[in-house]
Design a protein around this ligand. Sequence first.
Ligand code: GLU
Ligand code: ZN
Length: 323
Amino acid sequence: MTRPVVGRLAPSPTGALHLGNARTFLLAWLSVRSRGGRLILRMEDLDHPKVKPGASAGVLEDLRWLGLDWDEGPDIGGPSAPYTQSERRPIYRAALDRLRAAGLVYPCTCSRHDVEEAQSAPHGRNRHSLAYSGHCRNRYDSWDAARQTLPDGRLPCWRFRTPPGQSTFHDAFLGDCSLNVAEELGDFAFARDPDGAGYQLACTVDDAAMGITEVVRGDDLVDATHCQLALCRALNLTPPVYCHVPLVIGPDGRRLAKRHGDTRIAAFRENGISARRLIALLGAWSGLCSEDENLSPAELLPRFSWDRIPGTPVVYRPGYAGI
Ligand code: GLU
Ligand code: ZN
């Protein structure tokens, strides 16, 4: 029996929605809605201090303005509430306790950079960075013991004892993906938080708890997927199907960001560009329509097919299609 499709939109309120993340959300929405599935909106607000006050409301407003919708979320509730990660700490704590009881995790106080990054979704990876050495594997008896060695205000991170060998999964867009997590990343960090409330663990646990069957996200998170699959196995959770899509990049080949100009959805709206023009642009980038059309997401549904989505990154140039 095939499971009914349940997808999710999982924004981080670390800034405004821009063309790059809007395009990924549009594809996630089209994939689920084209098969009559349900969508959950989950606010991933654990990434302090990058989380910006007011950004959650802005992201929801921008998504709705674009014409995307969801069946459960922080603004409408639902059976898996709460939908804001900072309100789900006891759920992460319970998962962490299970990992601790199984001896699979430990606190680490090593590199300040690694430890600080542990709270964020690891978009991409510096291919030259070394795998974590395992220095703290048997170093501390507890989180508190680790924390006491650090100056006030600094926290350790939690690391997962990565089993040796190759991790492989079949990506619905990319095909087979493999990574030797133990060799390439080592014991990866999954949270900088005493309760385990950080990106990798929270995302893994929530996707399972919310019954997500399909995750569509940027292909800079493929490595993160290998980590989340390791956590799924350790916690005996059923993983979703993953579908990693190419990113929108700037002319310099880097992930779309402020340096490429103001690509915030709100900025286009304030300049009088309609949602239907923006959807046509995002749809054209996805091989679904031509960029001079005017369309709502719902009008793109009959044209949606994964076969039409280009496998290469989309290059954004300011002024493209008059937008
Ligand atoms: N909230 C994460 C981010 O926006 C993405 C998480 C995901 O799709 O797994 O960076
Ligand atoms: Zn360490």
